[in-house]
Design a protein around this ligand. Structure first.
Ligand code: HAM
Length: 428
């Protein structure tokens, strides 16, 4: 029988010593999102598989290869969410949010699951921080989402980073571009990788963001998508770039950026770690990605509703901060250490700890340790200013010994008065 378990491949734990940075990431992203008017939503981690097949898109790599899907005893097919957007739109429609004030600005964070080949920074369970603005087509909202990412990364000191932006057009103009791409690649299929030969049939746009060197060489002669945009998409993109200029964040217009999810229309963007000089690396680390998806709400059963959003990879941010050895503010200093001995003292310690918590006095203890000596050693190690010694005699008398750790001076104080006594000592 197996009794030495290890975490499944591609999964990972976030340990106590990582929580300082992890919580800082969570708190910073949430508070900036709230500042920009986003409201939190938590949706189900499992959804009907069909939601992702339809929403994320049948031809996407996520649906083709990466979903964790299970059949329930009742015969339903459920999938662990590989991204948050379809679930949020499902909740938006299911709970009547189209009838609320528009745009609806929502944020979410939590685990997502993709069966990818695990490697550094690529997990099978990871966390996303996700924003969605639903119900508005103004390009200024595309830029607000990008601005959020840049502001958040900057606030967390995750730099340098570089923003790549493109437009992939709409259902009107994109087919013309796809046709032009097919014409372009038809005679060059032998020069591209096997995956791209398959993409030629399933989703020719995706050839553009292939990381294979051969494919990248061929694509330098590809006609840029911007030449094929219809007037509406062209004007939208022009405004996106103007608003981006107004944010003051630098960016690159990258004609090869097409994104791997099927629902995007018009603006797409991705933010990579590094600066302009590292942006041509083989596999730059994507910290966030998103774009506009004006067709998804309708595809999932709602009315025609424009929307734009993004998701950030929280582990990728944490990895960078850990590499930089970032720490965010030390925990409150432990000034008091409670040392106890004997059964009655242990019982009194339980109530005493709660009195300290209610009074806002941080106290550490090592309940369960029997020897006073070893408890005092711990008090010393954690740098406590005072040790409170509650032995059997003190427990019976209703007192506690306060020991100043620095000089060993001790004083006996009635248990009832210990909170006010310590407050006075701290103040003095
Ligand atoms: P995505 O580009 O697939 O977009 O993922 C967003 C971010 O999640 C990536 O930029 C990356 O930081 C992180 N990420 C992706 N895969 C992994 C992985 N295997 N391990 C660690 N981090 C990873 C979306 O998911 C869209 N739903 C974004 C969106 C929202 N578009 C519109 N609204």
């Amino acid at each position: 029988m197996k009794n030495n378990f290890q975490i499944p491949s591609g999964m990972h734990d976030i340990l106590p010593e990582q929580q300082n940075v992890w919580q800082k990431i969570n708190d910073t992203l949430s508070s900036i999102a709230q500042f920009y008017g986003f409201q939190r939503i938590d949706t189900s981690i499992m959804e009907d598989s069909e939601l992702y097949i339809k929403g994320t898109g049948e031809s996407s790599e996520i649906v083709q290869k990466q979903m964790y899907t299970l059949k329930t005893a009742g015969g339903d097919s459920l999938t662990l969410r590989p991204e948050m957007t379809p679930g949020i739109i499902r909740a938006y429609l299911e709970h009547g949010m189209p009838n609320l004030a528009s745009p609806m600005k929502l944020y979410a964070s939590g685990p997502v699951f993709r069966r990818e080949r695990p490697q550094s920074g690529r997990y099978r369970q990871f966390h996303q921080f996700d924003l969605e603005t639903i119900g508005e087509q103004d390009p200024v909202l595309d830029v607000q989402i990008i601005q959020f990412c840049a502001v958040a990364l900057q606030s967390l000191h995750v730099g340098p980073f570089i923003i790549h932006i493109n437009s992939i057009g709409c259902n009107q103009c994109r087919p013309h571009y796809k046709k032009a791409l097919k014409d372009f690649y038809r005679s060059k299929l032998r020069q591209v990788c096997a995956d791209c030969r398959a993409r030629y049939k399933t989703n020719v746009l995706r050839i553009l963001d292939c990381k294979d060197e051969k494919c990248q060489r061929v694509r330098t002669q590809v006609p840029p998508i911007l030449d094929y945009l219809c007037e509406e998409c062209h004007n939208h993109f022009k405004l996106v770039l103007e608003y981006m200029d107004a944010t003051g964040f630098s960016y690159i217009v990258n004609h090869y950026l097409v994104r791997g999810l099927d629902y995007y229309t018009k603006t797409v963007f991705e933010i990579f770690a590094g600066d302009v000089s590292t942006s041509t690396e083989q596999t730059p680390v994507a910290l966030a990605g998103g774009g506009r998806y004006d067709g998804l709400v309708r595809l999932l059963g709602g009315k025609d509703t424009p929307a734009v959003g993004m998701a950030m990879g929280m582990e990728r941010i944490m990895n960078i901060l850990e590499e930089k050895k970032a720490t965010f503010g030390k925990e409150a200093r432990i000034r008091v250490f409670l040392v106890q001995l004997g059964d009655l003292a242990k019982k009194k310690s339980l109530g005493l700890m709660e009195r300290f918590r209610l009074s806002g006095i941080p106290v550490q203890e090592s309940l369960g340790r029997a020897s006073i000596k070893s408890q005092l050693r711990i008090a010393d190690k954690v740098g406590a200013e005072f040790a409170l010694i509650l032995g059997q005699k003190e427990a019976i008398d209703g007192t506690v010994i306060v020991r100043e750790m620095e000089n060993g001076i001790q004083e006996t104080v009635p248990l009832e008065q210990i909170v006010s006594y310590l407050k006075k000592r701290f103040a003095g």
